[in-house]
Design a protein around this ligand. Structure first.
Ligand code: SF4
Length: 295
């Protein structure tokens, strides 16, 4: 009998879970609900919400919307989105994760308090990620977004660096970023301003727990199935980590992608996923694996 287990630390993060529950409750109540952008980077979950009645819109459509409420996702929005919604009388349900909302405030305060002639804000994040777009909105777009250490030369070596992070980035890579920025300042700055480097690791606690949890889980199995949307940056990062722990890792976004021959000779199978993968999805993958390994 093959052992098949789901990673106990996997499932939606708190922020995504809340927004999905809000969408479900409103739709079940018969309300007309629009989602501003994908509520979650997970095609299977988006399909499920659409079947329940959620209509996904983009930012342009906010200005010409038939009656209904608009749900903002957990990643948050820049202030302009709230202004547009108010201008066009759009009723919003704000699903911004409280941790993201706190970071937005923190960044705005840092920006308002800083000496712009001597300091610069740096955000470790993905420039096109909705959360980073929301964060940039707090600071009038006046921050440098770095997604990898290769970009460090774009900072001004003569200004003090105030470093923050998008909540869903990799904590280990954040440390690499800190190191690379400090080295760059040390080697390039004409003065000793690098000593004033200041960083605040604003990666979410749920993210920080995922890699140690996955590390304990993934090594125990002959084969790992990692479930997440291929457009999820958190999914890509965790999949790559899972693969480094267990070379027999397969990345799938839906249970239909599973192939029976993967399991030949396997005695144990582990299933994990990103913070945008629900427990229900992991359970349906488990059911499919059981079906394929028993047939
Ligand atoms: S990863 Fe953390 S901060 Fe981001 S939405 Fe989830 S719970 Fe909120």
């Amino acid at each position: 009998m093959i052992k098949i287990e789901i990673d106990p630390g996997a499932g939606f993060c708190f922020g995504v879970d809340e927004v999905i529950k809000t969408a479900e409750a409103r739709l079940q109540n018969g309300e007309v609900l629009y989602g501003l952008g994908d509520m979650v980077h997970n095609a299977a979950e988006m399909k499920r919400l659409q079947v329940l009645g959620l209509k996904t819109i983009d930012h342009q459509q906010l200005t010409s919307l038939p009656p209904g409420k608009v749900l903002f996702r957990a990643h948050g929005e820049p202030p302009e989105t709230y202004i547009t919604a108010a201008q066009y009388g759009v009723e919003i349900i704000d699903g911004t994760c409280p941790i993201v909302a706190r970071l937005q405030k923190k960044l705005k305060k840092a920006y308002d308090d800083m000496d712009h002639s001597k300091e610069q804000l740096v955000i470790y994040g993905k420039p096109d990620h909705p959360e980073t777009i929301g964060l940039m909105g707090q600071v009038n777009g006046d921050a440098i977004v770095l997604s990898s250490v290769e970009g460090v030369s774009s900072i001004d070596p003569e200004k003090r660096v105030l470093l923050f992070s998008q909540t869903t980035m990799d904590p280990e890579q954040f440390k690499e970023m800190e190191k690379a920025l400090k080295n760059y300042l040390r080697n390039t700055s004409k003065e000793t301003k690098y000593a004033q480097f200041k960083s605040d690791c604003t990666i979410c606690g749920q993210m920080k727990k995922r890699k140690p949890g996955l590390s304990r889980f993934a090594r125990k199995y002959d084969l790992m199935l990692f479930v997440s949307g291929k457009n999820s940056s958190n999914g890509k990062m965790l999949y790559e980590y899972c693969l480094s722990l267990n070379p027999s890792t397969f990345w799938i976004s839906e249970k239909e992608e599973i192939e029976k021959q993967w399991f030949e000779g396997c005695q144990s199978i582990g299933i994990s996923g990103a913070t945008s993968t629900s427990r229900e999805q992991l359970e349906s993958v488990m059911k499919q694996v059981k079906k394929l390994t028993l047939s």
